[in-house]
Design a protein around this ligand. Sequence first.
Ligand SMILES: Nc1ncnc2c1ncn2[C@@H]1O[C@H](COP(=O)(O)OP(=O)(O)OP(=O)(O)O)[C@@H](O)[C@H]1O
Ligand SMILES: [Mg+2]
Length: 311
Amino acid sequence: MSGIPWETVTLTTLSRDRTIFPKLLAEARDIAMRGQEGKLVIHTPWGIEWKPFGLPRRKRPLKSVVLGSGIAEAVEKDVSAFLQRRQWYADRGIPYRRGYLLHGPPGSGKSSFIQALAGSLSYDICVLNLSERGLADDKLIHLLSNIPERSFVLIEDIDAAFNKRVQTSEDGYQSSVTFSGFLNALDGVASGEERIIFMTTNHPERLDPALIRPGRVDLSLLIGDASSSQAKRLFIQFYGRGEEEPSGWEEIQEDELTALGNSIERLVEEEMQAGGKVSMAALQGLFIRSSAREAADGLRSLFKEQRTLKP
Ligand SMILES: Nc1ncnc2c1ncn2[C@@H]1O[C@H](COP(=O)(O)OP(=O)(O)OP(=O)(O)O)[C@@H](O)[C@H]1O
Ligand SMILES: [Mg+2]
């Protein structure tokens, strides 16, 4: 009964009928799988293995993450093309891997999009924190070559992973994944195993060219601050009539909603022309706390506030 997080259960039977056990195990497995169905499972390293972290989460609908025009589609298309080309890679002796880098300002939807995409493909996510205590080059190689089936590897804030090499934290701990160790782990021994890595950063300019060369990062995309059309789409999505339970705000007729959406679009457009910007996360925050009719005023104050805060 030890071995956290796993437990050992010993089963014995008085009868000679051992077929009881496979049946019991199959049923237990079915019940456990049912609990994960339609959910997103996050894995984290446990020693040199991956273990599910926390309970499976509800999937986030892919369309709830509103990216710039064509961006979500480009990534989706690239991932599905990759997934259909296993044999093509094998025939040419190319390691069956794909790397993605999503870069851009905070709160633009990078992490949300990766989670939603994984959910839509029924993939899990293996979150790798390169500065985690106790993680060293050799463990990393092992982890990256033993990824659970149908999983994305997610490495957030990749620019920050190696800056700590020379820094020692208060308790004298030093990160021990080296940059060259990481590159080696990425390249690894060629094998037919599928591997899809997503990396995110707010500072692509700080990344070493060796990291983002093709083969390590195959597709790099900017996920930017809100454009005026993204702002409008998020607005409509927020206050539009969904299939689910009521939002709690008063119902708004379709044409009023469109008119309000247009004024949000115009406000963002004007602000951008004046050199301002707003993140999708800030818009989400505003929409959560205001009704559809209050949102435009709220946005005006948000812009005013941002301008006074500007250095
Ligand atoms: N494009 C978007 N569409 C819908 N919601 C968004 C979008 N961008 C951000 N959000 C909302 O803002 C919050 C933060 O988003 P998220 O964590 O995905 O940003 P991020 O780009 O990963 O930021 P960071 O660079 O700081 O990690 C989430 O609650 C998310 O729902
Ligand atoms: Mg993020």
